[in-house]
Design a protein around this ligand. Structure first.
Ligand code: SIN
Ligand code: FE2
Length: 208
């Protein structure tokens, strides 16, 4: 194994999901946070509704060619923010992580930004609104710790849980690309990265 490969070996693999604990040190987390703030300035957070009409507890926005969206018409990608304004560029620090961990993958064209304030959670789901499941999904955690639940490709299968902390990175890739996953709860106020507390999650995906 080359030095480079060894350096990027995950710290643990849970249900086929590689997890890199503390991949970003505090300086890198702050640099990425600065870029995310610019994204939010250009494309403000909103609360999508499920196809059933319920607002999600998570606030969202996106960067890249596509942004993830949901309303009565279903889950899908939009080529611009719901206000009509273009999505900003994907944060370069996030792109860097993608290229470092997945040099052979196609370039991501969506960076979803999820904001979890106190009490927010995300139900068990698959990421399956994309065309090419051979491409990984990369997830970066910033701010408060989150209890991440991961299962297999069937909704009713067994699940495992792990706390994700600021600077942790994971990927849904290969056999775990279509694994069910969700966020059960946030340990609100456990990190001081975000003023006012909360957690940001960046998810990079290849959409087309
Ligand atoms: C997601 O699955 O879209 C988000 C997961 C997370 O917040 O870690
Ligand atoms: Fe997801």
């Amino acid at each position: 194994m080359t030095e480079e490969k060894r350096a990027h070996r995950p710290d643990l693999v849970l249900a086929g999901v590689p997890i890199w604990k503390g991949f970003l040190d505090e300086a890198a987390q702050r640099a990425l946070l600065g870029e995310v703030r610019q994204v939010v300035r250009a494309a403000p957070m909103f609360s999508p509704r499920t196809p059933g009409g319920k607002p999600l507890s998570v606030q969202m926005t996106s960067a890249g060619r596509y942004g993830w969206y949901s309303d009565r018409q279903g889950y899908r990608y939009l080529p611009h923010h719901p206000s009509g304004t273009p999505w900003p560029e994907i944060p370069p620090e996030a792109l860097d992580i993608w290229r470092t961990l997945f040099p052979a993958a196609r370039a991501p064209d969506c960076c979803l930004v999820n904001l979890y304030r106190d009490g927010a959670r995300m139900g068990l789901h698959q990421d399956r609104d994309e065309a090419d499941f051979s491409q990984p999904v990369l997830s970066i955690s910033l701010g408060d710790a989150a209890l991440f639940r991961i299962g297999g490709p069937e909704r009713r299968g067994p699940t495992r849980s792990v706390w994700l902390e600021s600077g942790d990175v994971l990927a849904l890739t290969g056999p775990s690309r279509l694994a069910f996953h969700g966020i059960d709860r946030i340990r609100f106020g456990s990190s001081r990265l975000l003023a006012g507390g909360g957690r940001l999650n960046l998810t990079l995906r290849v959409v087309d």
